[in-house]
Write a protein that binds this ligand. Structure first.
Ligand code: ZN
Length: 313
């Protein structure tokens, strides 16, 4: 954890948000957005994903975006990858953190990356080996993703035991951290608290664990709170809740960064983020949108009278 921060807010909008909408942001627009959020104090941003451009044309410039984003002082730059090829490209571009995609649900994993869970885990080992074979990549953090950890649009319920098995496999294979995702917005707060408690019992509390929630059914912030209660201190979010869910037309995207930061700061948890500057970033992002709606209650309602953020101004 960076100094002076109690909870790490990881902005994933330039990846999760942009990959879910029609509008393709030019590289400069992405960087304008990323620079503005970094200036507002956001410590870590997922700036793209290294996937074939045929599949996600929105992410075709990820190497360029990473190369320029790592020049921003103090910002941790993360990128998502589905396989070794993506990881090679991400590390070559200079990403500080590589998030590897794997869905705990077999059917979802196959539909997403055309591999079994076992094959994805073997691919993860190759990525760790690639990092370890190159001294210049020794500081790259490799994060094991557990998508569809709370349910799957193809398989329905996902067993907690399966989540634990994949988490243990990741750590055995050299993961530096874990990222547990409610990819399709199925989770509820009781389930979230129970799953993270079980995860810490299984892997120990020394492992750094992030949580990734979508607000598809309105429970995003409640789920984030439940994860906090269980001990999670790294949360993904997206400015203006940009994005959606490929399985639920019209649905909202990730939990809203501004609302999450407001919740954390109100609770006395320091994020290092200036809320006014963060809200101002919405306008920068919205300038490049075409039809896509943005979300968020804090930006509409503003601060309560007498509000004191935990992060010193
Ligand atoms: Zn997501």
């Amino acid at each position: 954890m960076k100094d002076g921060i109690d909870v790490l807010v990881h902005e994933v909008g330039p990846r999760d948000g942009l990959q879910s909408i029609q509008t393709i942001f030019p590289t400069d627009a992405k960087l304008e957005w990323i620079r503005a959020e970094a200036a507002a104090g956001v410590p870590q941003i997922q700036v793209g994903s290294f996937v074939p451009p045929k599949l996600l044309p929105q992410m075709a410039d990820s190497a360029d975006v990473v190369r320029q984003a790592i020049e921003i002082p103090g910002l941790t730059v993360s990128a998502l990858v589905p396989n070794l090829r993506g990881a090679e490209n991400g590390m070559a571009a200079g990403a500080h953190q590589i998030g590897v995609v794997l869905s705990v649900s077999e059917a979802h994993n196959y539909s997403n990356v055309k591999r079994s869970v076992q094959e994805s885990l073997d691919g993860f080992s190759e990525i760790v080996a690639h990092r370890d074979a190159h001294p210049e990549y020794k500081d790259v953090v490799i994060s094991g993703g557990l998508a569809t950890a709370f349910g799957c649009t193809i398989d329905g319920p996902v067993k907690v035991a399966d989540v634990m098995r994949v988490a243990e496999e990741y750590l055995k294979r050299g993961a530096d951290r874990l990222s547990v995702a409610d990819t399709v917005g199925y989770a509820n707060p009781g389930q979230v608290k129970a799953l993270f408690e079980e995860l810490y019992r299984t892997v120990g509390t020394d492992v750094s664990v992030g949580a990734h929630f979508h607000d598809t059914r309105g429970l995003g912030l409640a789920n984030a709170f439940a994860a906090l209660e269980a001990g999670v201190r790294e949360l993904d979010a997206c400015l203006g809740g940009l994005g959606g869910c490929p399985y639920a037309p019209g649905a909202t995207g990730n939990i809203v960064t501004e609302d999450l930061v407001f919740m954390l700061e109100s609770m006395g948890l320091r994020t290092g983020i200036d809320l006014d500057a963060l809200v101002a970033c919405r306008e920068i992002m919205e300038r490049h949108l075409t039809d896509e709606p943005t979300h968020g209650a804090f930006a509409t309602a503003g601060k309560p009278l007498g509000f004191q953020p935990a992060t010193a101004a």
